[in-house]
Design a binder for this molecule. Structure first.
Ligand SMILES: C[S@@+](CC[C@H](N)C(=O)[O-])C[C@H]1O[C@@H](n2cnc3c(N)ncnc32)[C@H](O)[C@@H]1O
Length: 212
């Protein structure tokens, strides 16, 4: 965070605008360590700040076979591979795999492959329908009782997508998680939330649909 990435896109303050702030990176790292996460899926690599935090957590947990699957279709074309190179410079690529596809395709393939994980961090496309689809597939990948950390919950498009799962599928925001994260001064809405999936997943009847 002090030095910044080796290069940025040609927009003013692009690194500060795009990347996850340091305090949120620390909060995510600490949450993943607390839950002893061994396998984590990440959507949206960009400058790699969140990926470095997740990698740090996985190393700290010290599982035998940690795994960090990172999905970003634009890491090469838009970000000149800066995020991935930073992971390489920290030797965190040894426990990571980068998938250069849109998350809707990559996550559906992970479902087909029978992939499971303890947690996910979602900071990819912020369009409602794409966040909704990310959460749809992650629900099939993250283990019962696992956690999905959703960045930019303070944006209506992102929050609306999450509300479906909160209202209809038993996902719960863990209020005490993510100590120190960024909070909007005016609304007090947190930037990122940790959503805990139910211990006993269920498929609700379509008649019990709750508008969200
Ligand atoms: C806000 S940035 C992520 C910032 C990153 N967490 C960090 O700390 O630097 C959003 C990222 O999502 C990626 N993205 C956009 N559409 C996507 C999609 N459909 N699937 C996966 N990633 C996507 C972008 O290329 C970009 O890298």
């Amino acid at each position: 965070m002090r030095e910044g990435p080796p290069s940025t896109r040609d927009y003013a303050n692009d690194f500060d605008t795009v990347t996850l702030p340091e305090r949120d990176c620390d909060a995510i790292r600490d949450l993943l360590i607390d839950m002893a996460a061994e396998k984590v899926i990440e959507v949206g690599l960009a400058y790699g700040s969140s990926a470095l935090a997740i990698g740090e957590a996985l190393i700290a947990v010290g599982a035998e076979r940690p795994m960090h699957i990172i999905i970003d279709p634009l890491q090469d074309s838009e970000w000149s591979n800066v995020g991935w190179q930073l992971l390489q410079s920290a030797a965190l690529d040894a426990i990571a795999r980068l998938v250069l596809q849109p998350s809707s395709l990559a996550l559906s393939q992970l479902v087909v492959d029978g992939c499971t994980a303890d947690a996910a961090f979602v900071d990819g496309s912020h369009r409602f329908h794409e966040v909704f689809v990310d959460l749809y597939f992650l629900r099939k990948i993250i283990r019962p009782g696992g956690t999905i950390i959703l960045d930019d919950y303070w944006w209506p498009s992102v929050r609306a997508a999450a509300h479906y799962y909160e209202k209809n599928l038993g996902w719960q925001i863990v209020q005490e998680a993510l100590d120190g994260r960024t909070v909007d001064d005016a609304t007090r809405c947190p930037r990122a939330v940790a959503l805990r999936l139910p211990d006993h997943p269920f498929e609700p009847a379509f008649e019990s649909f709750r508008p969200f």
